[in-house]
Design a protein around this ligand. Sequence first.
Ligand SMILES: Nc1nc2c(c(=O)[nH]1)N[C@H]1C(S)=C(S)[C@@H](COP(=O)(O)O)O[C@H]1N2
Ligand SMILES: [Mo]
Length: 188
Amino acid sequence: MAERLRVPPGQDVTEKFPVLTYGATPKFDPKKWSFRVVGLVENPIEFTYEQFMKLPTVKITADFHCVTRWSRLDNLWEGVSIHEILRTAKPKPDAKYVMAYCDGGYTTNVPLSALMADNVLLAYKHDGKNLDPDHGWPLRLVVPSRYAWKSAKWLRGLEFMTDDRPGFWEVNGYHNDADPWKEERFSD
Ligand SMILES: Nc1nc2c(c(=O)[nH]1)N[C@H]1C(S)=C(S)[C@@H](COP(=O)(O)O)O[C@H]1N2
Ligand SMILES: [Mo]
């Protein structure tokens, strides 16, 4: 019962960790990999893999809700807090939205206000182990307040923007805001 109250409407709890990817799992080459922060920021940044791995880490426990109706509770994510990135990049006052870019071309958009939540991170570990390649290794965004399609796997960049723009699934019928507690699954 307590567990049911923790789960958003229309979701079922799974102990498994299903893989949901549109397309193939990209290959990771640490020599070519970079993570970039661009757009409306005081300090655009480009990290090499080595530089990124030296950033301080955080551990966050959060539930994960897929729009296809499974929820996985108490995921232990480990990686770099979004606040570490924001402190360095310094979004400009007119930055209100963020686009996440991934290897393979996947994109997804989030309001900066949602990205600034304390439980948002750029994760490379899940439940104590390095992320499986299918789950986004070497780096994924984790935005627990939204349906899981906003938690972009194989993350390579964030763009800070004045105006909102839809990402891949947001163009293809999914809801722009994606709040699981409001069942914002699909756009009209
Ligand atoms: N780059 C990328 N990120 C992605 C996806 C994708 O296809 N490509 N799928 C999204 C969807 S629809 C979901 S439900 C979650 C699933 O994460 P998982 O495969 O680790 O369970 O990743 C999201 N992030
Ligand atoms: Mo999904």
